[in-house]
Design a binder for this molecule. Structure first.
Ligand code: NAP
Length: 320
């Protein structure tokens, strides 16, 4: 049974022992935010990489740094997997038999259906799985890249399986709210489709356009870099995202990405036709609609209008 959080108040820990597995950008941000908001009595860190564990000690990101993932998970009330989604199955297998009865396992993966299929088979009876995806991040990785306000006023999507324990869902929701997130619950399949178009395909487009530049002959390429502020620069930020993480996202959200990519290709063909036919009205109408979408995102507090793409300011956005 998940702990009773009905009388929980800010600053009073809602979790006794929190284990974070994978102390990269997201895991270390959770550690920092959990400590700042006093969400857990004890924070335990586990990471497969000894260099990461040493850095977590140096930065004092956790109360305990466990030598193995199994030891990190042992006795924990909430275990959050913050590793690339391709590593979830191996990590779940490694910790599965060491989880205590009543523990809740969650994750932060950018893909949900495949991650549930990877983790669930390794969890013993009496352990709940409540997957989560904080829709917040940067193009940086590693324990130094995290910061405690990363999740502030950002959405966190929970995708609990149909038979998930309601107390466990409530606890994971309260956890993310305590870190400053707004929480939404949806099915894993719907999550994967929505994120394919809002996150995965945009990353693919950025990887593609920056990849095209990388293939240009030297003289043209140096001019692209010189005049990059014309739009290319903003794609390079996205295309600098972690290669392991993004390889795993595309391999594990194949169907939804291919579906959205199909629609994208159709719309691109329509745009090509407008340009070829000199359809200025069509282009103007589309660009007017897309501008409104950008303004809607800024109005919802999910981005700022700052001309540097809002990254620095977005770390401490105004409350929507
Ligand atoms: P990251 O900075 O690269 O951190 C991942 C951490 O996990 C690293 O410390 C890595 O160690 C460790 N790790 C890798 N394989 C492992 C294994 N088998 N066992 C234990 N530890 C392992 O990545 P991140 O950006 O935090 O992403 C982590 C997760 O968050 C991913 O599932 C991603 O989909 C999700 N996510 C990311 C973002 C974002 O914007 N970055 C946003 C939302 C959700 P090494 O450094 O030695 O590889």
């Amino acid at each position: 049974m998940a702990p009773d959080i009905s009388g929980a108040s800010p600053g009073v820990p809602i979790i006794d022992r929190l284990a974070i597995i994978g102390l990269g950008l997201i895991g270390s941000s959770i550690a920092r935010a959990a400590r700042r908001n006093k969400v857990a009595t004890t924070i335990v860190a586990g990471d497969a990489d000894p260099a990461v564990r040493a850095r977590v000690e140096e930065l004092a990101l956790a109360d305990e740094v466990a030598p193995t993932l199994a030891q990190a998970a042992e006795g924990a009330d909430l275990v959050i997997l913050c590793v690339p989604v391709g590593a979830d199955a191996a990590v779940a297998q490694e910790i599965g038999l060491h989880l205590k009865r009543g523990a809740i396992v969650s994750d932060v993966g950018s893909v949900k259906s495949a991650v549930i299929a990877a983790i669930a088979p390794h969890l013993p009876p009496g352990v709940s799985l409540v997957p989560a995806h904080p829709v917040a991040g940067t193009e940086q990785s590693g324990p130094d890249a995290g910061f405690d306000s990363l999740f502030l006023h950002r959405w966190c999507i929970l995708t609990p399986p149909e038979d998930a324990d309601t107390g466990a869902i409530a606890l994971v929701q309260a956890f993310w709210e305590a870190l400053g997130s707004n929480v939404e619950i949806m099915t894993p399949a719907h999550h994967d489709l929505v994120l394919a178009i809002t996150s995965h395909v945009p990353h693919l487009i950025a990887y593609n356009i920056v990849g095209t530049v990388a293939e240009l002959e030297e003289a043209t390429r140096s001019e692209v870099l010189k005049f990059s502020a014309g739009g290319f620069r903003d794609f390079t930020r996205i295309a600098a995202s972690d290669p392991t993480m993004w390889r795993d996202v595309f391999l594990h959200n194949k169907d939804a990405v291919l579906e959205m990519l199909g629609r994208f290709n159709e719309d691109l063909t329509a745009l090509q036709r407008m340009i070829r036919r000199g359809d200025g009205e069509g282009l103007f109408d589309l660009f007017t609609r897309t501008r409104a979408i950008r303004r809607g995102i800024v109005a919802q507090g999910q981005e700022t209008a700052a001309p540097d793409f809002g990254r620095r300011a977005a770390e401490t956005p105004a409350k929507p």
